[in-house]
Design a protein around this ligand. Structure first.
Ligand SMILES: [Fe+2]
Ligand SMILES: [Fe+2]
Length: 133
């Protein structure tokens, strides 16, 4: 589905994002001294959530998603909404997967230096940063 919707969202990309996510998660948890059994319990949930990181792009127009040229500032602002729109898909779910998928969708373009998006300003009352991992 991801490949059909966005030519840049290949199966290889989706798998790469999932693998990086797992690697970062495992190293971080090990460093914190978290038990291997507990780490393993969330690993598959994170893998599936990471594979769906760009699911919010289903709500972005093809005109923007498949534009071969550089996006205008306004188009880029719309594109950035895929994080919030993806997170909202999982808002009413109660499973660990729903919470993980919401967190990953919302935060996957955040950066360590704070220059990513959507940032706290991009969130609304129902979406909050921080979470289960
Ligand atoms: Fe994305
Ligand atoms: Fe992506």
């Amino acid at each position: 589905m991801a490949e059909m919707r966005d030519p840049k969202e290949t199966g290889a990309h989706v798998n790469r994002v999932a693998s990086y996510s797992i690697e970062i998660y495992e190293r971080g948890q090990e460093k914190e001294g978290i038990d291997e059994k507990e780490i393993a319990g969330k690993r598959d949930v994170l893998r599936m959530a990471a594979m769906l990181h760009d699911v919010g792009k289903v709500a972005i127009s093809d005109v923007i998603l498949k534009k071969p040229a550089k996006l205008t500032e306004d188009e880029y602002s719309i594109m950035k909404q895929h994080t919030v729109l993806g997170a909202e898909l999982f808002l009413n779910g109660h499973s660990e997967f729903d919470k993980a998928a919401m967190e990953v969708s919302l935060n996957h373009h955040e950066r360590w230096d704070g220059k990513g998006y959507p940032g706290s300003r991009g969130c609304n009352d129902r979406l909050t940063l921080g979470g289960i991992f």
